[in-house]
Design a protein around this ligand. Structure first.
Ligand SMILES: CC(C)(COP(=O)(O)OP(=O)(O)OC[C@H]1O[C@@H](n2cnc3c(N)ncnc32)[C@H](O)[C@@H]1OP(=O)(O)O)[C@@H](O)C(=O)NCCC(=O)NCCS
Length: 366
């Protein structure tokens, strides 16, 4: 299983590093995202440290033929655009890829092209599986993985080295030769990143929303479905929300009024993806106007969900939560008592069938 040391693929040239690459390596080595997400990046890069790194990488490569490092350049001017490494695990007939793109070359598809080119090379050499390890916070890298046909398989604890003795969890992504690219998504992005009916806008929850959510969740009764009172739990929830969306597990959105006020957080979580069944949860801000905005938000989210293949949307309510019940009723959820016997006191409030719920012949279950 020989891998070439230099080759052209998909408009990129993969070759050994050379001294003229050092300025780009320094810029990349000082880039905050590279420092954060590439294991073993020292944090402060100079021309000397980068030359030393290249020398030690070259000597490690001589000792370890299963570690293949590539400089990735523009074939026209030979300018360094990116770096990649392929780690072969011959006994499993698999390879792990690692890559970075120079800050000045980001956002124009270099990583996606590179991931595809290296994966194709691995399959052409007879490998059966190519893997990526990606931290949940690294949203761009997960987008690269999806665009290059990788699927998320699950989370591995303490798998990536961090600073000092720190270890990070990461998701394992893989692509097999039979997988299509891009990977189909059960939860696509919202059109233009949001849903809006001019009165309210729904936008995905992200790492910057901790303060907004702390205010919102602080009003919610302890124990209510979806409520998070602990600040660390909230921060983790916000940090992981984009990854859960990309993984097709759940979509978390903020309902924001025209004046910028946050009226609710809504969560759509697949319960049985193949069966098209999803659960809707809502955490509401206090007051009637917030409930009215949340109702619009629920309607927008439900319509979007039915458009992407959800067939049944259910919501549970705490028996004492009359406001949520009002929102669901206003949003045309029908009441059901299917889970009335559940011993946690929660009951199924409603369900709608996608094919009829938003048509003239809407039939509300229950
Ligand atoms: C992650 C990284 C390799 C992506 O490189 P890139 O060449 O910019 O990626 P691409 O241009 O192929 O874009 C990949 C995706 O990120 C999206 N993206 C690009 N720039 C973005 C930005 N500023 N904000 C959010 N998303 C962005 C693109 O839209 C694309 O997603 P899409 O296919 O859904 O549209 C690069 O940011 C990087 O080197 N980061 C630091 C090191 C690192 O994280 N390495 C990977 C470790 S697993």
């Amino acid at each position: 299983m020989d891998f070439p040391s230099t080759f052209d693929a998909r408009g990129l040239r993969l070759r050994p590093y050379r001294d003229s690459d050092v300025p780009v390596l320094v810029a990349n080595g000082n880039d905050p995202d590279t420092v954060r997400f590439m294991s073993g990046t020292p944090g402060v890069a100079t021309a000397e440290t980068m030359r030393a790194l290249l020398a030690s990488a070259a000597s490690r490569a001589r000792q370890n033929p299963d570690r293949l490092g590539y400089a990735v350049a523009d074939p026209d001017g030979d300018e360094l655009l990116a770096g990649a490494v392929v780690h072969l695990t011959r006994r499993r007939s698999s390879a792990e890829l690692g890559f970075w793109v120079a800050p000045a070359a980001r956002g124009r598809g270099v990583a996606t092209t590179l991931a595809r080119a290296l994966t194709e090379l691995c399959f052409a050499r007879g490998l059966h599986r190519v893997e990526l390890f990606i931290r949940d916070e690294n949203v761009r890298s997960q987008r690269v993985a999806l665009a290059a046909g990788f699927r998320r398989e699950g989370e591995l604890r303490a798998v990536l080295p961090g600073a000092g003795t720190e270890r990070h969890a990461a998701a394992l992504w893989s692509r097999l030769p039979t997988d299509d690219a891009p990977t189909p998504r059960r939860l696509p992005d919202l059109p233009n990143g949001e849903l809006t009916d001019t009165m309210v806008t729904l936008r995905p929850v992200g790492p910057d929303d901790v303060a907004a959510l702390a205010a919102l969740h602080g009003h919610t009764p302890v124990g209510a479905p979806g409520a998070l009172q602990d600040r660390d739990d909230l921060a983790r929830h916000c940090a992981r929300a984009p990854a859960r969306w990309l993984a097709g597990e759940r979509a978390d959105v903020l309902v924001v009024g025209a004046a910028g006020q946050v009226a609710a957080e809504l969560t759509l979580e697949y319960q049985a993806p193949g069966a098209g069944r999803a659960e809707l949860r809502a955490v509401l801000a206090p007051g009637g106007p917030a409930a009215a905005l949340a109702t619009r938000g629920v309607e927008l989210l439900a319509r979007w969900a039915f458009g992407i293949g959800v067939e049944l949307l259910v919501a549970t309510e705490a028996p004492q939560d009359a406001r949520l019940r009002g929102v669901l009723t206003q949003a045309r959820f029908g009441r059901q008592e299917l889970f009335a016997a559940r011993d946690d006191g929660r009951r199924l409030t409603g369900g709608l069938r996608a094919d009829r719920a938003w048509s003239a012949s809407a039939v509300h279950a229950g």
